[in-house]
Design a protein around this ligand. Structure first.
Ligand code: FEO
Length: 424
C-alpha cells in the first residue's frame, strides 16, 4: 500500500484498547532468515483502565516517532502506570528506553527470563526500582480491569510471555500467532489473504520450539478469547480460535509410526564406497529389531532428494546418521545443506552418528559429529571412517554402528565401561 494510505492515528481494537504500532511495508527480509513479500508491522497496544494506562510492547527503534505519535493521540505520559514487554527482541523493544523516560510513573513488567536481556537494552540502574518480573498467575491492576500474565518461554526466545485482558477477551501474544504481513487494514477480516505468511512464520520461527508451542496452547486454549493481538501482522478478531487450532495441528506430533522408533540414514557417495557403508549401517540397525522392539530404518541418498521433505522426516525421527566422503578436507555440500536445515526443527536430544570414506585425511566424519553435538544431538558412538575402498572390518564397524544406535533407541545398548586409567 502507498505510504500516504497509512493511518496516522491509533486504531481502536476493543473498548479501551488501541493499536499504537507501526507499519514497515518495505521490509523484504527479517532477521536475515525470513523473507516477507509485503513487509511487516510492529504491533504495540495501549489498554486504558480506570486507574491508569498500560502500554503493551513497543516498536523497532527507527519507527519510534510513529509509535509515540500514536500513543500520544490516546494517552498522556503521566497516565501510563504499566509497561509490559512480552518479548525483548529489538523489533519490539526499540522504543522501550525512551518510553520509560517519557513515562516516569510507569513500572516495566517482563518475564523472569528477561532479566539478563534487559542489561543488553539499557543500563538497569537508570530505571532502578521500576522493573518487576511477572509469571503465570500474576496480574497488573488497571483499576476496573486487570492484565494477567502467562509465562510462555521459547516462543521463540526464552523471555516470551502472553498477556491476557479478560475484560475484553484480548490475548496479547507477541510473536506467537503472528506473521510478517503488512496491511494497513489491520484486522484479519479486512486484510488480504495472509495464510501463506502465517504458516511460513510458524515454520521458520515457532516450529523449532513446537513442544513449547504445545505447552503455551495448553495455557491459552481454555481462555474465552475474542481477539488475538499479536506482535506482527493482522489482529485476529474473526474466528481467532481457528488460528489457535491451526497451531495445535501444526505442532502436533505425527501419528505416523507412533510407538515405533525411527532411524534415518542419509548419505552421498562419489564412487559407491560411502553408499555401501550406508547400507551396512542400515543393515546393522535392522538387525537390532526383535520381539523386544522395532526400529524402522530408512536410507536416503542425498543426491536424489529435496531437503524440505527430509526436514519433515527428521523432525519425527529418533536417530539420524549421516554419511559423507571427505573432499578437500570437508564434508560435501548436500550434507552441510541438510545439517544447516536442522535449525528449523527441534533436534535436541536425538541420537546421531556419522561415517564416510576418504582418500588421505578424513575430516568429514569429525566435522559432522562436531556440528551434531553443537546442535545438541547426542553422539554416543565414535563414527566410522574408511580409507578409499572399505574393508570387511570397515563394513563390520558400520554394521555395528547401526546396530548400536538402534539398540540405544530400544534401551538395550550395552552400558559403556570407562577405563579410569585412560582418564589420567
Ligand atoms: Fe518479533 Fe522475536 O521478535
Amino acid at each position: 500500500m502507498p505510504a500516504a494510505a497509512l493511518p496516522e492515528s491509533a486504531v481502536s481494537v476493543a473498548p479501551g484498547v488501541h493499536w499504537i504500532g507501526a507499519f514497515d511495508p518495505d521490509l523484504r527480509n527479517f532477521d536475515i532468515i525470513l523473507r516477507t513479500a509485503n513487509g511487516t508491522s510492529y504491533n504495540a497496544y495501549a489498554v486504558r483502565g480506570s486507574a491508569g494506562v498500560a502500554v503493551i510492547d513497543t516498536v523497532k527503534l527507527n519507527f519510534s516517532e510513529t509509535f509515540f505519535r500514536r500513543l500520544e493521540s490516546i494517552a498522556d505520559y503521566d497516565e501510563i502506570t504499566t509497561i509490559v514487554l512480552n518479548h525483548l527482541e529489538p523489533d519490539h523493544s526499540g522504543a522501550l528506553p525512551e518510553l520509560l523516560r517519557r513515562a516516569p510513573g510507569a513500572t516495566l513488567l517482563v518475564s523472569p527470563q528477561a532479566r539478563l536481556m534487559l542489561k543488553g537494552l539499557f543500563d538497569p540502574g537508570e530505571f532502578e526500582g521500576r522493573i518487576a518480573f511477572v509469571g503465570t498467575g500474576d496480574s497488573a491492576d488497571l483499576g476496573d480491569r486487570q492484565l494477567e500474565f502467562f509465562n510462555t518461554p521459547y516462543l521463540h526466545w526464552p523471555d516470551t510471555q502472553c498477556t491476557w485482558l479478560a475484560a475484553e477477551g484480548v490475548l496479547f501474544s507477541a510473536d506467537f500467532l503472528g506473521c510478517h504481513y503488512c496491511d494497513t487494514r489491520l484486522f484479519n477480516d479486512a486484510v488480504g489473504d495472509f495464510r501463506f505468511s502465517f504458516e511460513y512464520y510458524y515454520a521458520h520461527i515457532m516450529r523449532p520450539f513446537r513442544a513449547h508451542v504445545r505447552t503455551a496452547l495448553d495455557l491459552i486454549e481454555p481462555l474465552p478469547i475474542r481477539i488475538i493481538a499479536p506482535g506482527h501482522g493482522p489482529i485476529l478478531r474473526q474466528d481467532p480460535r481457528d488460528y489457535v487450532a491451526r497451531y495445535r495441528s501444526l505442532s502436533a506430533p505425527s501419528l505416523h509410526g507412533a510407538g515405533t522408533k525411527t532411524l534415518l540414514v542419509f548419505y552421498i557417495s562419489a564412487y559407491g564406497a560411502t553408499r555401501r557403508m550406508a547400507e551396512a549401517v542400515a543393515a546393522g540397525a535392522e538387525s537390532a529389531s526383535s520381539a523386544a522392539g522395532e526400529v524402522r530404518v530408512s536410507l536416503y541418498d542425498l543426491e536424489g532428494g529435496h531437503a524440505q521433505p527430509f526436514v519433515d522426516l527428521i523432525e519425527e525421527a529418533d536417530a539420524l546418521v549421516f554419511g559423507s566422503p571427505t573432499i578437500n578436507g570437508d564434508a560435501v555440500k548436500p550434507v552441510w545443506d541438510l545439517l544447516s536445515s536442522l535449525t528449523m526443527v527441534d533436534v535436541k536430544g536425538k541420537l546421531a552418528a556419522a561415517f564416510g570414506s576418504y582418500g588421505w585425511s578424513g575430516e568429514a566424519v569429525p566435522m559432522i559429529e562436531d556440528r551434531l553435538r553443537r546442535l545438541k544431538l547426542r553422539v554416543p558412538l565414535p563414527g566410522v571412517k574408511a580409507r578409499l575402498t572399505p574393508t570387511a572390518d570397515d563394513f563390520s564397524a558400520c554394521h555395528d554402528l547401526g546396530r548400536q544406535i538402534a539398540l540405544h533407541l530400544l534401551g538395550r545398548a550395552t552400558p559403556r565401561t570407562i577405563d579410569m586409567a585412560n582418564l589420567v
